[in-house]
Design a protein around this ligand. Structure first.
Ligand code: HEC
Length: 118
C-alpha cells in the first residue's frame, strides 16, 4: 500500500504547491481555474478508488467497495456531511484531514457535485 501511494503523494505535493497560490481562493465564487484545480486534486487523491468519473469502478475501487459518488446515496448528503466524510474517512477510505486544507476539501465537495452533473 505504502509503495503504491508514493506516486500519488508526489502528485499531491505538486497539487498542493499549485493550490498554495492564495489568489486561487481570493474570490468566493469558484472560477474556471478553481474547478480545474479541484478536478486535478480529485484525480490525484480520489480517482484511485472512486475512478476518474466518480463511479468507483476502478480496480482498487471495486476491491475496497468505494462508493459511486454520482449515486443518489452520496448526492443526497449535505455539503457538510460530504466534507466530514472526506476529512474523517469512512471504512476503508482513509482520512484526509491534515492532508488537505478545508478549502481543498470544500473544492472536492463541489467536484463531487460537478461529477454528477449538478
Ligand atoms: C483508498 C481508497 C479511497 C480513496 C483514495 C478515497 N476514497 Fe472515498 N471511499 C472509499 C470507500 C471504500 C468508501 C466507502 C466507505 C464505506 O461506506 O464504508 C468511500 C466513500 C466515500 C464517500 C461517501 C461517504 C459516505 O459517508 O457515504 C465520499 C463522499 C468519498 N468517499 C469521497 C472521496 C474523496 C473526495 C476522495 C479524495 C479526497 C476519496 N473519497 C478518496 C475509498 C476511497
Amino acid at each position: 500500500m505504502k509503495v503504491r501511494y508514493s506516486f500519488l503523494q508526489g502528485m499531491a505535493i505538486a497539487a498542493m504547491l499549485l493550490m498554495s497560490n492564495p489568489s486561487v481562493y481570493a474570490q468566493s465564487a469558484p472560477s474556471a481555474k478553481d474547478l480545474k484545480a479541484a478536478e486535478q486534486l480529485y484525480k490525484s487523491k480520489c480517482s484511485l478508488c472512486h475512478g476518474d468519473d466518480g463511479s468507483g469502478s476502478s480496480i482498487t475501487g471495486k476491491q475496497l467497495g468505494a462508493k459511486d459518488l454520482k449515486s443518489d446515496e452520496v448526492q443526497k448528503m449535505s455539503d457538510d456531511d460530504l466534507a466530514t466524510a472526506i476529512a474523517k474517512g469512512k471504512g476503508k477510505m482513509p482520512s484526509f484531514a491534515g492532508k488537505l486544507t478545508d478549502a481543498q476539501i470544500k473544492s472536492l465537495v463541489a467536484e463531487i457535485r460537478h461529477l454528477a452533473g449538478k
